[in-house]
Write a protein that binds this ligand. Structure first.
Ligand SMILES: *Cc1c(COP(=O)(O)O)cnc(C)c1O
Ligand code: SF4
Length: 338
C-alpha cells in the first residue's frame, strides 16, 4: 500500500469552510464589490445559493460577467418558466423507466450503477439538472440494499458514487462505503463524480487519500470544472495528492452560455486541466431544466465551437460532446464531423 504524502490541509478545514460558505447573494456581491443592480439577483431563490469561499476567491472582483459568478448567483431570470423545460428531464425519478434498482441505486447503462450517496453539494450550480431532484425519497434506507443488489449481479463492474456530491460524506463514512463495495469481488472500478476538488480542494484530506490508496478497486474521480479560472494552486495540489495514490482524474464540463461557450475558453480549460493532471472526458450539452434557459446552447451553436476545438487540440485533450437522453443505452454523442 502506498503511504501518501501529507496534504497541506487540516482534516476538518473543509467542513469549517463549508459552514462559512456564502449563502446570501447580497453577501457575495458585496464581497465582490458589485452592485446588485444590473444583475437582478434572486434574493430568495427556491434552490438556495451556496458558494464556498475558496471558489469565490477565484472570481474577478467587480465583474458582473465573471464566468464563476454566473454559475452560482441566483437570478430572477430563473423564475421564467420555459416551454419544454421540465423539472426532471432525464426521467430519473420516473419509476416506470425501471432505473431504480434499490432506494439509493440507479442503473441506466450496462455494467455501471450509480449510487446516490448524499443529497447535498458543496456548491449549488444554477444550471444543475438535479436542482428539483427529490433526494429525500432516496435517503432513508442506507446502502445495505444497494450493496446486496450489486453483490447479486455479476454484470456490474463499476460503481459510480454520485449525489449530490459523494465527497460531502465524512472520511470514515466514505471509507466504509468503499470497503463495502470493494468486498464485492466482481466490482473492478469505483468512480466518484465530485465538484469538491474544484470548489473546495481542502476536501482532499489525509484520511481520504489513505482510504483511496487502500481500495482494491481502481479509483477514478471525475471532477466537474467548467472554466480554467476555476483551477488554481490549490486545485493543482489536491490533484497531485490524488494522483500520487493512483487515482485517475478525469473532468466533465457542461457547455454553458455566457460561461464557456467559446472555443478559446474550452481549449484553455483542456490545457490547464492537463497541466494540473486531469484529462477532459465529457463536454455535456446542458439539460433543459426549469429555470436554466439562460444557459442553453443550441446544437447549431455547439457544432462550429466543437469543430474549432477539434482543429486545435490533440485528440486526448478533446472531450466527447454528449447529451443525456432518457432511455438510451449510453450518452448520445453529437458527432458532427461526417
Ligand atoms: C452518465 C451516467 C453514467 C456513466 O456513464 P459513462 O458514459 O460511463 O460515463 C452512469 N449512470 C448514469 C445514470 C449516468 O447518467
Ligand atoms: S455540484 Fe453538480 S450536482 Fe451539485 S449542484 Fe453543482 S451541478 Fe448540481
Amino acid at each position: 500500500m502506498i503511504t501518501p504524502n501529507r496534504t497541506p490541509w487540516q482534516p476538518d478545514e473543509w467542513q469549517k469552510l463549508l459552514r462559512e460558505a456564502f449563502r446570501q447573494p447580497q453577501a457575495l456581491l458585496s464581497h465582490l464589490d458589485l452592485p446588485a443592480d444590473p444583475l437582478t439577483p434572486d434574493l430568495q431563490p427556491d434552490f438556495a445559493m451556496l458558494v464556498p469561499a475558496p471558489f469565490a476567491a477565484r472570481m474577478n472582483p467587480a465583474d458582473p460577467r465573471d464566468p464563476l459568478l454566473r454559475q452560482v448567483l441566483p437570478l430572477q431570470q430563473e423564475r421564467d418558466e420555459d416551454l419544454g423545460f421540465v423539472a426532471d428531464p432525464l426521467g430519473e425519478t420516473d419509476a416506470q423507466l425501471g432505473f431504480k434498482r434499490a432506494p439509493t441505486l440507479i442503473q441506466k447503462y450496462r455494467g455501471r450503477v450509480l449510487m446516490i450517496t448524499t443529497p447535498g453539494c458543496a456548491v449549488n450550480c444554477r444550471y444543475c439538472f438535479r436542482r428539483h431532484f427529490p433526494y429525500q425519497d432516496h435517503r432513508p434506507a442506507g446502502h445495505g440494499e444497494a450493496l446486496e443488489v450489486i453483490a447479486g449481479d455479476a454484470s456490474i463492474s463499476e460503481v459510480i458514487l454520485s449525489g449530490g456530491d459523494p465527497l460531502l460524506l465524512g472520511d470514515a463514512q466514505l471509507a466504509r462505503l468503499i470497503d463495502g463495495i470493494c468486498a464485492i469481488a466482481h466490482v473492478r472500478r469505483i468512480r466518484l463524480h465530485s465538484r469538491l476538488p474544484i470548489v473546495l480542494p481542502q476536501r482532499v484530506t489525509q484520511a481520504l487519500l489513505e482510504s483511496l490508496a487502500a481500495s482494491r478497486c481502481s479509483v477514478t474521480i471525475v471532477v466537474h470544472c467548467n472554466h480554467a479560472q476555476e483551477l488554481d494552486e490549490d486545485t493543482a495540489r489536491a490533484f497531485a495528492c490524488l494522483r500520487e495514490v493512483g487515482v485517475h482524474l478525469l473532468n466533465q464540463t457542461v457547455l454553458l452560455h455566457g460561461v464557456n461557450d467559446e472555443a478559446d475558453i474550452l481549449c484553455e480549460l483542456s490545457e490547464t486541466l492537463f497541466k494540473q493532471g486531469a484529462l477532459p472526458y465529457y463536454l455535456h450539452m446542458p439539460d433543459p431544466v426549469t429555470g436554466t434557459a439562460h444557459f442553453m446552447v443550441s446544437d447549431a451553436e455547439a457544432q462550429p465551437l466543437y469543430e474549432a476545438m477539434r482543429e486545435r487540440l490533440p485528440g486526448y485533450l478533446l472531450p466527447q460532446l454528449v447529451r443525456e437522453e432518457p432511455g438510451e443505452v449510453s450518452k448520445t454523442a453529437l458527432a458532427f464531423n461526417n
